[in-house]
Design a protein around this ligand. Structure first.
Ligand code: CAA
Length: 245
């Protein structure tokens, strides 16, 4: 059995929110970890200063940038990637009758196409080496739908289907592919929501509170673990009982 310290993990969107919690947790568990981010240089600097985890800036929605970025991260680490966590994502909440093509496209590209781009950049290497873990961060709203999120719900439902199909293709190569579907989690992503709308949503959560990012990271740590090798194609819901898929 290979120990965690020999495995190299990359977390997209890993300098803030759920992604940062995942990166910190994997580093704590002994993995070598790198993260990507796209926009917020200041947050990335603070994250790297606090954690010592290297942050790479590229757009996960850009296929070529993912190829080059993965190559760079592997070169810098002096070892190939073993674990990919596709976490990067955005929202552009608005009802469909007001949605612009740009709001649709941005969410599909950042939340779903990025999963393809990043997985495509690592999959040949994982297959050749015969071991790998891919965890894709989906959402409760990809499972149940959400008013104001036709774009996000479509992208996250796509992430779940993508994970299942890639799990089937990868099973014989020692690679597991799973999705984690968080419910409403206390991160900056919720900051753009109307406070009363959010209050109404929390009222529908049987546990009566938001998830903490660490609680999502815990599930990712479980799925990438050496002993989780028989879990593939699964969608792990972590939503305080809000939606029982
Ligand atoms: N169900 C049914 N009807 C609803 C509704 C709902 N959930 N929410 C609003 N409506 C109704 C309103 O009452 C209103 O009806 P009237 O015109 O009869 O008064 C009508 O729909 C229009 O509502 P708004 O004026 O609020 O519509 P809007 O276009 O201005 O705002 C919205 C829509 C901004 C999307 C707002 O509804 C909203 O913020 N919804 C929540 C979206 C959400 O949950 N986002 C999650 C972000 S976090 C995340 O995505 C992470 C994750 O993975 C969980």
């Amino acid at each position: 059995m290979t120990s965690a310290s020999q495995r190299f993990a990359l977390v997209t969107g890993g300098t803030r929110g759920i992604g940062a919690a995942i990166a910190r947790r994997l580093a704590h568990d002994g993995y070598r970890v790198a993260v990507t981010y796209h926009g917020n240089d200041a947050a990335a600097q603070v994250f790297t200063r606090d954690t010592g985890i290297r942050a790479y800036k590229w757009d996960a929605a850009d296929f070529t940038a993912c190829q080059a970025g993965v190559h760079q991260a592997e070169t810098d680490a002096g070892q190939p990637l073993d674990i990919l966590v596709n976490n990067a994502g955005v929202t552009r909440d608005v009802t469909l009758h007001k949605m612009t093509p740009e709001q649709w496209r941005t969410v599909l590209e950042d939340d779903l196409f990025a999963c393809f781009n990043m997985s495509r950049a690592v999959i040949e290497g994982l297959r050749a080496r015969g071991w790998g873990r891919i965890v894709n961060i989906a959402s409760i709203n990809g499972q149940k739908g959400q008013f104001g999120q036709t774009n996000y719900s479509a992208a996250k439902a796509g992430v779940i289907g993508f994970s299942k199909a890639l799990a089937l293709e990868s099973a014989r190569k020692g690679i597991t592919v799973n999705a984690v579907a968080p419910g409403y989690t206390a991160t900056e992503m919720l900051a753009s929501m109307d406070a009363r709308v959010l209050q109404g949503i929390v009222a529908q959560i049987p546990l009566g509170r938001l998830a903490q990012p660490d609680e999502i990271a815990h599930a990712v740590a479980f799925l990438v673990h050496e002993q989780s090798g028989f879990i593939t194609g699964a969608t792990l819901s972590i939503n305080g009982g809000q939606y029982l898929a």
